[in-house]
Design a binder for this molecule. Structure first.
Ligand SMILES: Nc1ncnc2c1ncn2[C@@H]1O[C@H](COP(=O)(O)OP(=O)(O)OP(=O)(O)O)[C@@H](O)[C@H]1O
Ligand SMILES: [Mg+2]
Length: 309
């Protein structure tokens, strides 16, 4: 893998008329990792992905995809990048198989190789049984799986997936997760935008948060153990828990989201949490649940108030 593998973008700016879709985004996605792109509706995620895919030019800033500037050599970038858009955009009257074979031809695969690759991907996304159907009859989740197969057709080094899990049933989501982990394990660079933060917790190595067209924070998920997080603790009865927490100087809250026998406590990472759990159990508190109240990414999202406009 060359030292130039992966994605770097610095100082990216892009407006659409008077709408400043991207004001200032710095973004990196190293090879071999899944990078999550997280931000509320309209924060510039799709715009950034289009720029990274060489499908839209930035007004300012530098972008390198495996060392290549999309403005200088868009075709080289397109050979390296697999792009899964959030809109389905299938060719309605072609079958799933024909769509994949046609795209394989566009990417220059020889005829026998086109067929082999199309069948391989139809199997991968479990569409073999529907391969001969016109794409328009596929359900939303099936079209989404076809869209993923399409993005993988030329075995790209870089994968840009815009809301790939939307419309997928739980089983397909699990499959998508394991596929992305496998591809990252092969050294590919993977960028996933999603609003389903719990899902990203399970697959992302790192996350870039954007807010109103600006990159506001980067987080490594392996660091999540030291992150200050809200834990939800459930005890029956609750009184001994409240007494023990007060005795050790812990503040706690209960909210509309907590049940009557639950409280939320902010803790400084997993070591702190382990200590508190041991202390509670030793104090004979009957702890029936003790876990982070939300995912690590959700916690950052809320503290950054990324969601607040
Ligand atoms: N072609 C366009 N013409 C005009 N405005 C646009 C265009 N594309 C995007 N925008 C605007 O740019 C901003 C960023 O849009 P973008 O689609 O990148 O957001 P997003 O983070 O992907 O949102 P979502 O989570 O809803 O997908 C929005 O205010 C949007 O209305
Ligand atoms: Mg979008």
């Amino acid at each position: 893998m060359s030292s130039e593998a992966g994605i770097t973008a610095a100082g990216v700016v892009r407006s659409f008329g008077s709408v400043r879709a991207i004001r200032a985004i710095d973004f990196e996605a190293p090879p071999g990792e899944v990078t999550a792109l997280i931000g509320p509706n309209g924060s510039g995620k799709t715009t950034l992905m289009l720029i990274l895919a060489s499908l839209l030019a930035p007004d300012a800033g530098t972008v390198r995809i495996c060392g290549v500037d999309p403005l200088v050599d868009p075709l080289a970038v397109r050979r390296m990048v697999g792009w899964m858009p959030d809109t389905l955009g299938v060719w309605d009257s072609l079958t799933a198989r024909e769509i994949l074979q046609t795209l394989a031809a566009c990417y220059g695969l020889a005829p026998p190789e086109r067929e082999r690759r199309a069948e391989e991907l139809l199997r991968l996304v479990r569409l073999e049984d529907l391969a001969g159907q016109p794409a328009r009859v596929l359900s939303r989740g099936q079209q989404q799986r076809l869209s993923l197969a399409r993005a993988l057709i030329h075995d790209p080094q870089v994968l840009l997936l815009d809301e790939p899990a939307s419309g997928l049933d739980p089983g397909s989501r699990v499959e998508l997760r394991s596929l992305l982990r496998t591809l990252a394990g092969l050294g590919k660079t993977i960028v996933v935008s999603s609003h389903v933060l719990v899902e990203l917790d399970a697959i992302a190595d790192r996350a870039v948060f954007v807010k109103r067209g600006k990159s506001v924070q980067t987080q490594r998920l392996v660091d999540a153990g030291t992150q200050r997080r809200t834990y939800r603790i459930c005890a029956e009865p609750i009184e001994p828990l409240l007494e023990a927490l007060s005795r050790h100087g812990f503040g706690f809250t209960s909210s509309a989201q907590t049940r009557t026998n639950e409280v939320d406590v902010v803790l400084d990472g997993t070591a702190h949490a382990a200590w508190l759990l041991r202390t509670l159990v030793e104090a004979d508190v009957v702890v029936s649940a003790f876990a982070p109240a939300g995912g690590a990414l959700e916690e950052t999202y809320m503290t950054l108030e990324v969601g607040a406009e």
